[in-house]
Design a protein around this ligand. Structure first.
Ligand SMILES: [Zn+2]
Length: 334
């Protein structure tokens, strides 16, 4: 069997931790009660209401509360990069939001540097290549709620761009307010020449995909709800915008893989890339995502194409893209 599970473009650090590590760290940092058992901790993480999107995001509060020190962010990033390398991933873009890790005195720049340094250590020891994506956040019921923090996120991202950081994203609860409220931030991002992606059409209406396209991102995170209307889908096809599709993450409420629109998107020629989103919360990996798709009848050839799409759509240098493409072609021959 060919293994084309070699890239991750959409992977959240705070959703992809080793649970035992997170439990130990939460005890050490006293973000949970000292008598909490591992089973209780596990139950709490996974009992958070998954049916309601906004509620389901509360699980990230548990992980972010624990990751408030340089050494913890460093270690989390290092361990995730090593784990991805163990899984045979050649290239991964790991995302997190620096503004979520400043509760104990870290600046956004220090938080970002910690994640960059952890990934750097892994790259010195292993073959995997990593790029870090910093995330703007949807918070409150207006984009102005955390305008200051979001502007700072852009500033520190620019500062470390090409020094381990490769791009920027907008994450959080996409239905908090009109999606267009965030357009001004993307104007700044474009002025600063920062490669960008944007979560849209995951939890929200497919119309958000159109609104996101108007902000001219290089890729769209999820975007799968464009399937709701032919007009939205056609816009995705016409613009050739790559979608960071995360099937298990989308179906974790129903576990109904057949109902996911990925096969229609592939049939219509959308530039699909296959990603894990949150390895811990969705109990998945890139290899698992490929395996599920194979089970749904997606061919090896299509999976290979999705990986080539990911390399092309990545924020890696042109040289690295060529190296990665060569590795995939070699994979196909062997
Ligand atoms: Zn995501």
């Amino acid at each position: 069997m060919k293994n084309y599970a070699r890239t991750e473009l959409h992977l959240h650090l705070d959703g992809s931790l080793n649970i035992q590590w997170l439990y130990n760290k939460s005890l050490e940092r006293k973000t949970i009660e000292p008598n909490t058992s591992f089973q209780d901790f596990y139950n709490t993480l996974f009992s958070i209401n998954q049916l309601e999107h906004k509620e389901s995001l509360k699980k990230f509060d548990i992980t972010c509360d624990c990751l408030q020190y340089y050494e913890d962010l460093f270690e989390a990033s290092y361990l995730l990069a090593c784990r991805l390398d163990d899984m045979g991933i050649y290239y991964a873009e790991i995302r997190f939001a620096s503004q979520q890790h400043c509760k104990k005195g870290l600046s956004q720049l220090e938080a970002l540097q910690a994640v960059v340094d952890g990934a750097q250590k892994a790259m010195e020891e292993r073959e995997i290549r990593i790029g870090i994506i910093n995330c703007l956040m949807h918070k409150g019921d207006s984009a102005l709620f955390n305008d200051k923090e979001n502007r700072e996120t852009i500033k520190v991202t620019k500062e470390l761009l090409s020094k381990g950081v490769v791009g920027i994203d907008l994450a959080g609860y996409e239905n908090n307010c009109d999606f267009n409220e965030y357009a001004y931030l993307y104007e700044i991002i474009h002025k600063e020449n920062i490669p960008c992606t944007i979560h849209a059409g995951e939890m929200g209406n497919g119309e958000n995909v159109l609104k996101a396209l108007a902000m001219k991102p290089d890729r769209i995170g999820h975007g799968v709800n464009c399937i709701q209307d032919e007009k939205y889908l056609q816009a995705v096809i016409d613009t050739r915008i790559p979608l960071e599709v995360c099937v298990s993450s989308n179906v974790k409420r129903s576990n109904n893989y057949a109902a996911h629109p990925i096969r229609q998107l592939l049939e219509r020629g959308v530039k699909v890339t296959i990603n894990s989103d949150n390895m811990m919360f969705s109990n998945t990996s890139n290899f698992n995502e490929h395996d599920r798709l194979r089970m749904l009848g997606v061919s090896d050839e299509t999976l290979k194409q999705c990986t080539l799409n990911a390399i092309e759509a990545s924020f890696a240098s042109e040289d690295l893209k060529q190296i990665l493409k060569n590795k995939i072609e070699k994979e196909a021959i062997n």
